[in-house]
Design a protein around this ligand. Structure first.
Ligand SMILES: C[S@@+](CC[C@H](N)C(=O)[O-])C[C@H]1O[C@@H](n2cnc3c(N)ncnc32)[C@H](O)[C@@H]1O
Length: 396
């Protein structure tokens, strides 16, 4: 197959070795699809496209994180945008470590390692003592990048960092995951003329294509029945993998807290009649579009997070919901403006980009409102300063 056939006009073409990687992944997914009888549920397609060893977007060689498309990257995340994100996030993490009397951190999906390096340095500056910072990432390729970043940016604390291949049965400490839940495979469902079907993937005319099948018993029928489609065609996602992941983390957490930051909504906003196209989105060289079959393995595929389901999963696992709020409110409560004002405004070279980045992190039109922070705890008596005002747990 020729992945160029999928190329929307506006997307820059990948180089020959990237295209060869994409073709190899397409062949792998096609073989699985044919072995399964010609149809794969979308979550399996997404899992392969992102995580097939050596070929998937996160497990292959794509550059992924960066500020601009011309450096070969596809998207930017908060820790890549500004060191003040990690410096500010370190404060609630430190507060949770101290309040729980624990001395370990665990980061899921550590990307380039910038958040880890920033947190290590900030915790050091805050004088918080900890024994270990463990990283869990599905991507082996990113592990090397993380190690290099941490050794260069946080050399004094790099020895405390380790990478885990499997989760411990129990963990006492603080867990953090930035933009991890949105990278987990979602199932797709489509309603037409009042009937729901599961949307999956077939191979047709030399390309992957969507095809709908009658609902299997594993679909969340209760949830689908509650969605008001306003009588129109409607496509949406369910987040079985993200919920299972949250349950696993909250079961493992026997004392401490877990924080997840991501874009998304509580259930009543997520499954709104007006969100009839769902939230599936692909990122390639800083361009967002909705076609998950473009350059498989070379573009990111994500969906917004349905936070009510995440809250339910954590509570089902026995954790307490510690808080839920917007990224803007969380960072403001945690002191991001004070951190910015510590910089010298006459040092324009440093101050202006920092102020710009903080504006992006906080602005309602950018990341401040769409991104949320959800946190779970076990054994913490009080809430944290970062949730002291503007907690929206009641909206879940
Ligand atoms: C969008 S990136 C975010 C990276 C980084 N946290 C940042 O903010 O720049 C998503 C990351 O989550 C990782 N990931 C996805 N599912 C995971 C899981 N179940 N366990 C650990 N890491 C996971 C991916 O490998 C990838 O590194």
């Amino acid at each position: 197959m020729n992945p160029k056939a999928h190329q929307p006009d506006s997307l820059p073409a990948p180089g020959p070795s990237a295209l060869a990687q994409s073709e190899a992944l397409v062949a792998l997914i096609r073989a699985e699809l044919e072995a399964a009888g010609g149809w794969l549920p979308f979550d399996r397609y997404m899992e392969r496209a992102l995580y097939a060893p050596g070929l998937g977007y996160y497990s292959g060689g794509a550059r992924k994180f960066g500020l601009r498309g011309d450096d070969g990257s596809d998207f930017v995340t908060a820790p890549e945008m500004s060191p003040l994100f990690a410096a500010t996030l370190a404060r609630p993490l430190a507060e949770a470590l101290l309040a729980s009397g624990t001395r370990e951190l665990m980061e899921f999906g550590a990307g380039t390692g910038k958040l880890a390096a920033g947190l290590l340095n900030a915790l050091g500056e805050l004088g918080v003592e900890f024994d270990r910072y463990s990283i869990v990432d599905l991507s082996g390729e990113l592990r090397e990048r993380q190690r290099d970043t941490i050794e260069a940016a946080a050399p004094a604390l790099a020895a405390k960092v380790c990478w885990l291949d499997a989760l411990p049965e129990h963990f006492e400490g603080v867990v953090i995951g930035n933009e991890v839940l949105d990278a987990m495979p979602v199932r797709l469902f489509a309603s037409s003329a009042g009937t729901w079907q599961e949307r999956g993937v077939i191979w047709r005319d030399g390309n992957f294509a969507f095809a709908d099948r009658p609902l299997p018993s594993s679909a969340d029928l209760e949830l689908l029945a509650e969605i008001d489609t306003a009588g129109e065609d409607y496509v949406t996602e369910t987040h079985d993998a993200a919920r299972a992941f949250t349950r696993t983390v909250c079961t493992m957490l026997t004392r401490g807290a877990a924080f997840f930051i991501d874009y998304g909504f509580p259930r009543h906003e997520y499954y709104h009649a007006q969100r009839a196209q769902g939230t599936l989105m692909c990122h390639y060289r800083h361009r967002a579009h909705g076609d998950p079959f473009v350059y498989p393995g070379l573009q990111d595929i994500t969906a917004h997070v349905e936070f009510t389901g995440i809250a339910e999963a954590g509570v089902e696992a026995g954790a307490d919901l510690l808080g839920f709020t917007s990224q803007a409110r969380f960072l403001l409560n945690a002191g991001i403006t004070e951190a910015l004002s510590d910089l010298d405004p006459s040092d324009i070279q440093r101050f202006l980009p920092a102020a710009n980045a903080v504006q992006k992190l906080l602005s309602e039109a950018e990341m401040g409102e769409l991104f949320k922070v959800i946190a779970f705890s076990r054994g913490l008596d009080d809430t944290l300063q970062a949730f002291a005002s503007g907690d929206r747990s009641h909206t879940l």
